[in-house]
Design a protein around this ligand. Structure first.
Ligand code: NAD
Ligand code: ZN
Ligand code: ZN
Length: 351
């Protein structure tokens, strides 16, 4: 049995607005249906920054340990847990737990459960060395997996894979990924390629252009320098009719108001990014005569998670990430706030 310390390092938000405080806190014990995961690596998602800033219409717990892309090893299990064992590798996701009894849980739509436990938001998350999660919901990670590399899959990967599936886009068709240079976007480029899709990346700057091209995008539209984003996106498809689907993972409202204009007739706009206070807008005339669909997509269920992980473990998903110590979280937030992160940052909880 691994030795479990009574204290551990964690990043704690004492009050909304931050800053995060790197300090020692007690290690909790898992309840009967829970597991304790020794988090080795955790990705930093823009959702964690929304949690610090308190810019969503949903309150966080306080004090709060953020984080929901945690990969590690199970070190303790509750009495009722039979299918996860000490020593297994596991991932702590955004959906830490759900009731398993409501209509949505019964129909595999557990992210829609009205009583969810959200890692790093309503329960303490993965920016600590030992994290609790419901056994029913932890992601199963095969032995031998690179835990730093898989961490971003646990939110970003699952979420964009689900969004691509929800869009109904088929192999050979075009998808525009808006915010393609960020964490979710970089993984979306890889999942799109693995799923046989053709990608137009939309983001800003040469570094993000280079990365998205290497990840499989065939065209890049720079939203900051383009004189006409709508025309440029449509022109990137050979017949000029625009992409069959749009995956919105940007952290600004404007692209949410543009997508309906450049999506192809019969196309689908999938909204995933959650910019603070933003509204969707689409012209009724074009929406009707183009018969477009606009839909939200929210993380993924347990099966989506297992599928997204399988794409990764098969070697199909390789997106760039930078590893820094858990103690450096504030630096990551500062860069994220400025839109300077290309790909994902992953925290090593031992530093
Ligand atoms: P990130 O900061 O890594 O990436 C965001 C990217 O959007 C950046 O590269 C930025 O340059 C780009 N961007 C900003 N304005 C743009 C514009 N006008 N056009 C195109 N690109 C633009 O963030 P992330 O971690 O990838 O998260 C993205 C968003 O997705 C966040 O709002 C996050 O909360 C949300 N999210 C939603 C779900 C869900 O289930 N729906 C899951 C995870 C994250
Ligand atoms: Zn996330
Ligand atoms: Zn439920």
């Amino acid at each position: 049995m691994p030795e479990i310390p009574t204290e551990q390092w964690a990043q704690v938000i004492e009050k909304t607005g931050g800053p995060v405080d790197y300090k020692k806190i007690p290690v909790q014990k898992p309840g009967p249906d829970e597991v304790l995961v020794n988090i080795k690596f955790s990705g930093v998602c823009h959702t964690d920054l929304h949690a610090v800033n308190g810019d969503w219409p949903l309150a966080t717990k306080l004090p709060l340990v953020g984080g929901h892309e945690g990969a590690g090893e199970v070190v303790a299990v509750g009495d009722l847990v039979t299918d996860v064992k000490v020593g297994d590798l596991a991932g702590v996701k955004w959906l830490n737990g759900s009731c398993l009894a409501c209509e949505f849980c019964q129909t595999s739509d557990e992210p829609l459960c009205p009583k969810p436990l959200l890692s790093g938001y309503t329960v303490d998350g993965t920016f600590q060395q030992y994290c609790i999660a419901k056994a029913a919901h932890v992601a199963r990670i095969p032995k031998g997996t690179d835990l730093a590399a898989i961490a971003p899959v646990l939110c970003a990967g699952i979420t964009v894979y689900k969004g691509l599936k929800e869009s109904g886009v088929k192999p050979g068709q075009w998808v525009a990924i808006v915010g393609a240079g960020g964490g979710l976007g970089s993984l979306a480029c890889q999942y799109a390629r693995a799923m046989g899709l053709r990608t137009i990346a939309i983001d800003s700057g040469d570094e993000k252009k280079k990365m998205t091209t290497e990840l499989g995008a065939e065209a890049f539209v720079d939203f900051a320098t383009s004189k006409n984003v709508v025309a440029d996106v449509q022109a990137a498809t050979p017949d000029g009719l625009g992409p069959h689907a749009v995956i919105l993972v940007a952290v600004n409202e404007k692209p949410f108001q543009q997508a309906a204009e450049y999506v192809r007739p019969r196309g689908t706009v999938i909204c995933i990014g959650l910019p603070a206070g933003a509204y969707l807008k689409a012209p009724v005339f074009e929406s009707v005569i183009k018969m477009i669909r606009i839909q939200g997509s929210y993380v993924g269920n347990r099966k989506d998670s297992a599928e997204a992980i399988e794409f990764f473990t098969r070697g199909l998903i390789k997106a760039p990430f930078k590893v820094v110590g858990l103690s450096e979280l504030q630096m990551v937030y500062d860069k994220m706030h400025k839109g300077e992160i290309v790909g994902r940052y992953v925290l090593d909880t031992s530093k």
